[in-house]
Unconditional design. Structure first.
Length: 267
């Protein structure tokens, strides 16, 4: 009686093993994956804090060392996201990929690319988009605050983007942190349309900066007010007409009347 040959699984290539492990860590919901995601979130928060405090610390002796350590972290994240992406085109087409590439460049070549350092604040938006943040909000019973939090994040991102741009192009040579405070003061006064006029950006670029800041700032203010005042709605596409926003307790779609089955966590 002949014995059947025992099939031996071929070892997977290193990149494939790394891809599967990283996908499990980034998208998994087991204890190890949650710990990894929390750790990465804390690292992102620490990196963001360093970016915000950058104007105050750039004269310190350890600033360059921390700068290159953060560059290594961002390079790791870029490589990890490239591995777990369905394909390289998807990875390359994501806006945050290019933002991180620019941020990496400003960290590795701070003297040559300091004018683009204001883009570092976009890491706030990246943190807010984390699935872990959404999961934590829902588990703590604050899922109805997602729209408000996202509107606040969008407003803060824009405010600090403008502040960084104004600081990099108009106040970068100022001693200490006075230049950054002046840039922040100008941005807040312009976004809120207060317009004290004690700080005015010179030249055509300054006028265009103020115009764009006022127009987009007002729009974000209105969006934030709408998120706070309007009733909370859930995202649940109607199977018949595709309407995606409904009241949390809706039974029928208000557009076509189709019976909905919106999942909830109970009372």
């Amino acid at each position: 009686m002949s014995e059947e040959p025992i099939s031996i699984a071929e070892p997977q290539p290193f990149l494939e093993r790394a891809r599967r492990q990283l996908r499990g860590l980034y998208f998994g919901r087991d204890r190890e994956a949650i710990r990894f995601q929390v750790g990465m979130l804390l690292v992102d928060v620490a990196v963001l804090a360093f970016f915000v405090a950058g104007p105050y610390l750039r004269t310190g002796s350890a600033y360059v060392i921390v700068d290159y350590l953060i560059a290594a972290v961002i390079a790791f994240e870029l490589g990890a996201r490239a591995l777990i992406a369905p394909n390289l085109r998807y990875w390359a087409m994501r806006p945050m990929t290019w933002v991180d590439v620019v941020i990496l460049g400003t960290l590795l070549f701070p003297n040559q690319l300091h004018n683009f350092a204001f883009l570092r604040v976009l890491r706030i938006w990246a943190i807010s988009q984390s699935k872990l943040v959404t999961l934590m909000l829902r588990r703590t019973g604050h899922g109805d605050k997602e729209d408000i939090i996202q509107a606040c994040v969008n407003f803060l991102v824009f405010l600090f983007l403008v502040t960084g741009f104004v600081y990099s192009n108009f106040f970068y040579g100022a001693e200490g942190f006075a230049g950054f405070v002046d840039a922040l003061y100008f941005s807040v006064a312009t976004v809120t349309t207060t317009g004290f006029g004690d700080i005015v950006l010179p030249g055509t670029l300054g006028k265009l900066t103020a115009i764009v800041t006022m127009i987009i700032g007002i729009s974000l203010f209105v969006r934030l007010a709408q998120a706070i005042i309007r009733p909370y709605k859930v995202t649940f596409p109607c199977p018949q007409c595709g309407l995606s926003r409904h009241e949390a307790d809706a039974v029928h779609c208000k557009a076509c009347g189709h019976v909905l089955n919106i999942p909830d966590e109970g009372a």
